[in-house]
Structures are given as C-alpha cells and as structure tokens.
Design a binder for this molecule. Structure first.
Ligand SMILES: Cc1cc2nc3c(=O)[nH]c(=O)nc-3n(C[C@H](O)[C@H](O)[C@H](O)COP(=O)(O)OP(=O)(O)OC[C@H]3O[C@@H](n4cnc5c(N)ncnc54)[C@H](O)[C@@H]3O)c2cc1C
Length: 336
C-alpha cells in the first residue's frame, strides 16, 4: 500500500473543492486494513474512509489519512427460482452495479439508477430515490469494526436503516464497509408510482416494462433535473426533508395551502426544497456559490467556492427557513 502525502482531494469530492489530505491511500485489498492498523492509523481520530466523495463537504484540509475505497468484485452467493443474492465489494460503482442487475433482469434497485455512489457508501445514508431505498434489498453488510478491531457482518436489522441514516452514519468512524449483500427478485416487481417515472414509461409504449426500462427512464429524469458533478459541483440534496407531526403539518397547511408534503405512517415529511424556495433562494447566486435553479435543495459551486463559502450559504438558508416556518433543516451532506 502506497501512502502519499499532501494529496489534492479535488478529484475526490463532487463539490470540486480544492482541499488537501495530509495522507492519502487506496484500500485495494482487505489486508490493507492490517497495514493501516500497523501504522496506528486507527489509534487516532484522523482518518476518513471515502468512496467517490459525492456526499462530503470539506470545509478545510483533512489533517489525517484519507482512505479511498477501491475494493472490487461481485459474487453470486445464492440463487433460487425467484431470488438472487449478490455480495458486492464496497468500491464497486453503484450505477454500474444497478445496470449490471437490470440487464440480467434482477429487480429491486432499478429506481436507484444514476445515484453517484460507491456500493460501500450506499448503506451509510440508506440512499433513496423515487420511492425506493437501498434498505429494501440489503440483507447484510460486512465491515471492519474499528473500536474492536474485528471483521463483523451486520444483519439488515443491525444496520438500523432510517430515512437517510443508518448505524454507519450514526456511529461515523466506527465502521469501514467492505461489502454489501443484496437480495434481488427474479420476478418482475416494479415501483412506478412516481408520476415522472409513470409518464415516461407510458411514453415508451412497451408491452412489458423491464428493470432496465425503469433504470433508463430514471437516468433520463435525473440527467434533466440534477447537476452533473463533472459540470457543476454539488453533493445532490444538501438538506434532508424535515419530518413533522401530523398536527404540526395541519397547522402549516392552514397557513400555506400549497405546502408540498409526503404522508408517512405516523408523521409527515415536508419537501425541504419547497420551504427553501418559499424563502426566495431558488436560483440565488452570490459569487462562486449558489442554489441550483432547478432544485432548491441543491447548493452548487460555480467553480472556485470554498467549503466555508458553501457552509455560510447553508447557514443563511437554514436561518431563513427557521424564521419563516420555525423548522430546523438538518444537513444530509457530511460536513468535515
Ligand atoms: C448529483 C448528486 C445526486 C445525488 N442524488 C442522491 C439521491 O437521489 N439519493 C441519495 O440518497 N443520495 C444522493 N446523493 C448523495 C450521494 O450520491 C450518496 O450519499 C452516495 O452514497 C455517496 O457515495 P460516495 O461513494 O460518493 O460516498 P462519499 O461521499 O465518499 O462518503 C459519504 C459518507 O460515507 C462514508 N463512507 C464512504 N464509504 C464508506 C465505507 N466503505 N465504509 C464506511 N463509511 C463509508 C464517508 O466517510 C462519508 O461519511 C447525490 C449526490 C450527488 C452529487
């Protein structure tokens, strides 16, 4: 394992921020963990495991080890007439894995196409889109548990998946995810309830919709609506959608009849993008930072912003939403 010093993290974060890592190395095989342990990397707090950096805001240089996950491999571990289980190494590209499964007509993750991620980072915030979350198909997660220095396998339940969270996010720095096992269906089971997906599929006029059709439609929609990290720096949604009680929602609805919400079993999720837009931020730009003009949840770097610039804008947005709606926005992005 080669450990480099003073490495630019610009190619390793989707905001395109120009920060440095004091030390940088690639995790290419499991025994690299032992080498990191020998170097006493895990004896300090100064280490960070990254995938593609699509959900990180670096506000300063990282004064420690950045460990770039490059573990590769996809293995079928069980197959029945109806299901297939695959163990996927954490450094695999998520979208490539989705397409691989869709082409084989294995169902369950097609709605999550084109989310920029490694497979290993996907359980961290339980990635989700278009009515699907990764937790629906994850059976186990294999990880290195830093406090005990043991390799562990967590069941779906032990992962404590929630809305954009999991045990890996709650206990940041405790786990290095090495592989994720998924169980997918060989029987077509599509979730096309989202209006955009439904309309695009109907336009295809196909006799029987396949997983790949959904993945392609989702990809086209996402390309239309979201900035490409290679063209405009962002980390996707900067804030989580706030969840409020039904009573609180009713009172907001009385005051703001057009409020956008998603009803859940016991509470109501509000569209943070709508709240931000109502505060006048949509398309806002100040110098090198701004709010994406097609989606107010996304903060963008027009080229030369610093992490501090982005954080300052995020704080202004949070304060204005608090002032207008008395709602505390929480960040989805990991701020370092
Ligand atoms: C344009 C755009 C659109 C997006 N759309 C969505 C969306 O629709 N839905 C959604 O849920 N997210 C979305 N995101 C956020 C992002 O895609 C996900 O959070 C993704 O999982 C990040 O993957 P990554 O490999 O880049 O992780 P990184 O950004 O490198 O890491 C994210 C976090 O996970 C930790 N981590 C990474 N790898 C490991 C590992 N192997 N073990 C333990 N911890 C690890 C890191 O330390 C960090 O805390 C979007 C981002 C962008 C830029």
């Amino acid at each position: 394992m080669i450990v480099q010093e003073h490495v630019s993290l610009k190619p390793y974060n989707s905001f395109g921020l120009d920060v440095n890592a004091c030390y940088f190395c690639e995790l290419q095989e499991r025994r690299d963990i032992a080498l990191l342990q020998e170097r006493k990397v895990f004896d300090t707090e100064s280490y960070l495991i990254i995938g593609e950096g699509n959900n990180i805001l670096f506000t300063k240089d990282f004064e420690g080890y950045v460990i770039h996950n490059q573990l590769r491999g996809i293995e079928i571990i069980e197959e029945t007439t109806d299901t297939i289980s695959l163990k996927v190494a954490a450094g695999e590209d998520w979208h490539a894995f989705v397409l691989y499964c869709c082409e084989k007509e294995w169902y369950g993750i097609e709605n999550l196409a084109y989310i920029p991620s490694t497979v290993g980072a996907a359980p961290v915030q339980n990635i989700g889109a278009y009515g699907t979350e990764i937790k629906n198909t994850v059976t186990t997660v294999e990880a290195y548990h830093i406090p005990t220095r043991e390799f562990v396998t967590l069941t779906q339940e032990q992962c404590k998946f929630g809305y954009r969270t999991s045990v890996f996010k709650d206990c940041a720095k405790q786990y290095i995810i090495l592989s994720v096992t998924f169980q997918l269906s060989k029987i077509p089971q599509l979730n096309t309830t989202y209006k955009d997906i439904n309309e695009a599929l109907r336009a295809l006029d196909s006799q029987s919709t396949k997983a790949l059709d959904v993945a392609n439609v989702v990809t086209q929609i996402r390309k239309r609506k979201l900035p490409e990290p290679s063209e405009l720096g962002s980390a996707g949604s900067f804030f989580k959608n706030p969840v409020v009680s039904k009573a609180r929602y009713e009172s907001l609805k009385n005051q703001y009849p057009a409020i956008i919400s998603y009803s859940q079993e016991n509470d109501v999720k509000l569209a943070a993008g709508w709240l931000i837009e109502q505060c006048g931020w949509k398309g806002y730009r100040q110098g090198e930072v701004g709010v994406y003009d097609k989606q107010s949840l996304i903060l963008v770097n027009y080229g030369h912003a610093t992490g501090q610039d982005i954080l300052a804008l995020a704080r202004k947005i949070t304060a204005s939403v608090q002032q207008k709606f008395e709602i505390d926005l929480q960040t989805e992005v990991n701020i370092l």
